[in-house]
Each structure stands twice: as C-alpha cells, then as structure tokens.
Write a protein of this length. Structure first.
Length: 229
C-alpha cells in the first residue's frame, strides 16, 4: 500500500526513514511502492517533482527514487533543483528511455544508481538500501559535526586560544611563553578544554580542530604580556 505524507506536509516518520517514489505512471508507482513496503520501508509516492516539493516531509526523506521522464521538470532537472537548494538526499534514477549521456549526467550529479526499466526487483531493493545507508552515514556525520561545534562553543576564549596552540603541536611550556601565562595555568586550561571537547587524545583534538577549521594564532607575540590566571 502506498503511504502518503500527512496533510500540510507533516509526518510521524523519523528523520531519514522515508523512501519517496516520484513516478507519473500510477500503476508502476503503486507497484514500486508495494515492493519497497514489502521489505519494511516507509514509502511516500508522488506523481511529479512539484508534488514532492509541495507535500513531502523532506527532513524525513532518506532516499528518492525518481523517473527520468516526469511531467513538468524532468528527473535530471529535479536533481539539479535539489542540488541548488542544498539538499543531499540520495537519488536512485529509473527510466525506460535511458541513454549513456543521461546516466553519466545523473551519476556525476551524485546519484546512487541508474536503473533501466524493466529492472529486477532485487536491483531496485539493493539500490535503495545503498542510498538509505549513504543517507544514514551523512546524518551520523552531521550529528557528530554539530556535537563538536556545540562543544567548541562552550570553551572560553582563552581555552580556544590554548586549543589552537595545542593542535598546532606546541608543548605547554611553549604555549605559556607564547601567550604570557604560567605553565601550570596552561595545563589547567588544557585539561578543561580536553574535557569539554570530550577528546581522549591530542590526535583526536587535532581532528576536531581540522573539522572546525581552527587555526593557531601567530607565533612570537609580545612576551611582556601580563601573567593571567
């Protein structure tokens, strides 16, 4: 049975759990939705890109299965529009009229697969599984990045400064000389920032700094700065 979004675009589907089928042939759309639903996928079906943009609960969409030939904008134009608005929903394309140029353009645009009709049911199920896994990994990565950014924002300005020098490879004594603090004070700041960032090692902290694009301050600043605590 085809599951459609609730009125107003609301949905109880959790993020990334929904497969959206965009296909203008009603019988094929129903058959494909039934196939995907038979293996446990939550499915919403639409007859055009416009219907998807109007009604789909987009934060819940984990994968799109799109026919290349659609009323209104084509499947490839649909892909371009999603890219333009910053959407990273993985796409599986299908077509009864595919050619090499279409498939190359679709794959260059980031599509997971390009299936020509008629395709084997298992090929579609495998393609959707790969697309859903790609979306899961992206969401996990986004959550991890948000957690790192949130932790970084809890640091004091001094702790951020110390973090930048630590991840640039300086020892506590060198950092103390650079910013005019005592070595013991640097150790305290370093301990606080490691705890707040939940970093188990300097190597892990370096990876976080790279992710945040943290850059070390200029070296050899005025050594006469007052000692701060």
């Amino acid at each position: 049975m085809i599951r459609t979004p609730a009125a107003g675009g609301a949905s109880v589907a959790p993020p990334g759990s929904l497969v959206c089928v965009v296909e203008d042939d009603a019988s094929f759309r129903a058959a494909l939705a039934s196939l995907l639903g038979s293996v446990g996928h939550k499915v919403a079906a639409f007859d055009s890109a416009a219907a998807f943009f109007r009604d789909a609960p987009q934060d819940s969409v984990g994968c799109l299965v799109i026919d290349i030939r659609l009323p209104g904008i084509s499947g490839l134009q649909f892909q371009e529009e999603l890219s333009r608005i910053g959407s990273t929903i993985p796409i599986v394309f299908m077509t009864g009229h595919g050619d090499v140029g279409m498939s190359v353009k679709a794959m260059k645009g980031g599509a997971v697969d390009f299936l020509e009709k008629p395709f084997r049911d298992q090929d579609m199920l495998d393609a959707v599984a790969a697309a859903m896994e790609r979306d899961r990994q992206r969401r996990d990565s986004d959550r991890a990045a948000l957690a790192v950014r949130s932790a970084f924002e809890t640091l004091t300005p001094r702790e951020k400064e110390v973090m930048a020098f630590v991840t640039a490879g300086l020892m506590n004594k060198q950092i103390a000389a650079e910013i005019g603090l005592s070595e013991i004070t640097v150790k305290i700041h370093r301990g606080h920032l490691m705890r707040k960032m939940a970093a188990r090692s300097v190597a892990e902290l370096v990876r976080m700094a790279d992710q945040l694009d943290v850059r070390s301050p200029p070296r050899n600043r005025d050594p006469r700065r007052a000692i701060e605590t």
